[in-house]
Design a protein around this ligand. Structure first.
Ligand code: AKG
Length: 268
């Protein structure tokens, strides 16, 4: 990633890399995704159209051999590091089988000058009719985001045909990096979209910025409360130096390796 890409992300709130993963890599990841999600269902059938989506967090422990290496993949980690610095913090991985679309929303909302983000890997070809992710570029900026929040509250939701929406057509292998503040939606009831999310946040300290640090602590606490322990013993013990760096700050701050653990996480 070069400075032009960093500028693009900072100005628009997202950047999509076409073909970042090869078709061979995606074929293996796709099989691992299906198997991991099947294991996580513990014998239950996948949700049907219109039923609640299957969302597993943290997900990568359900197929570590294939999914952990995504956290070590140079092309993915280089982008995270380019946007947040080498000392960024991994929070949670997600596996999702969508059963329909998603309305317009943003995710975690850090204070001005700070942010959190995701990499999203959609495993299927998706155009606008199939519910490819659609973003509102620039909506991560405070005044624009606040205006959209106001509109959402007044109307009880933003209309599907929001002016300025930008559909991100997906081919397997594309990877989308998105600021959590950026408004996004999937505007189709298409069933069965498969997605992997990797969520991260930059590091900071009280000396650097007290407001950002307090938000970071609240964010890590909230994610732990909501989803449990971020990192299994296996995720930690198999980490090379670069992955270790992605884990160590959350652990140092009292998160990451604390909290209730999901049943499969620590199977070796
Ligand atoms: O439907 C999608 O692909 C987006 C899902 C999403 O944004 C979320 O889970 O926060």
């Amino acid at each position: 990633m070069d400075q032009a890409d960093i500028n693009y992300f900072q100005r628009l709130g997202f950047i999509q890399y076409k073909g970042l993963l090869s078709s061979e890599e995606i074929a293996v990841i796709s099989d691992a995704f299906d198997e991991g999600m099947r294991l996580a269902r513990k014998g239950a059938p996948p949700p049907g159209p219109g039923e609640r989506r299957q969302q597993i967090i943290p997900f990568f422990d359900y197929y570590p051999e294939v999914l952990y290496p995504l956290l070590d993949h140079e092309k993915i980690v280089d982008v995270f590091a380019g946007l947040m610095g080498e000392d960024f913090i991994l929070t949670l991985s997600e596996g999702i089988i969508h059963t329909g679309g998603s309305g317009w929303h943003h995710d975690a909302y850090a204070p001005e000058g700070f942010f959190s983000m995701r990499a999203a890997i959609y495993l299927d070809p998706l155009g606008p009719e199939d519910g490819c992710l659609t973003v509102i570029p620039g909506s991560h900026f405070k005044e624009f985001g606040e205006a959209l929040n106001q509109m959402r509250d007044e109307l009880g939701g933003l209309p599907d045909d929001m002016p300025g929406r930008y559909p991100l057509c997906n081919e397997p292998g594309d990877v989308l990096f998105m600021n959590h503040k950026t408004y996004h939606a999937a505007l189709s009831d298409n069933y069965g979209r498969r997605a992997i999310h990797i969520n991260c946040v930059p590091n900071t300290t009280p000396e650097r910025n007290r407001e950002h640090f307090d938000w970071l602590i609240g964010f890590l606490a909230g994610e732990t409360k909501g989803w449990g322990r971020f990192y299994s013993d296996r995720l930690i013990s198999t980490a090379g130096p670069r992955r270790q760096r992605m884990l160590e700050r959350a652990i140092e701050l009292g998160f990451g390796n604390t909290g209730p653990i999901t049943q499969l996480q620590d199977l070796q």
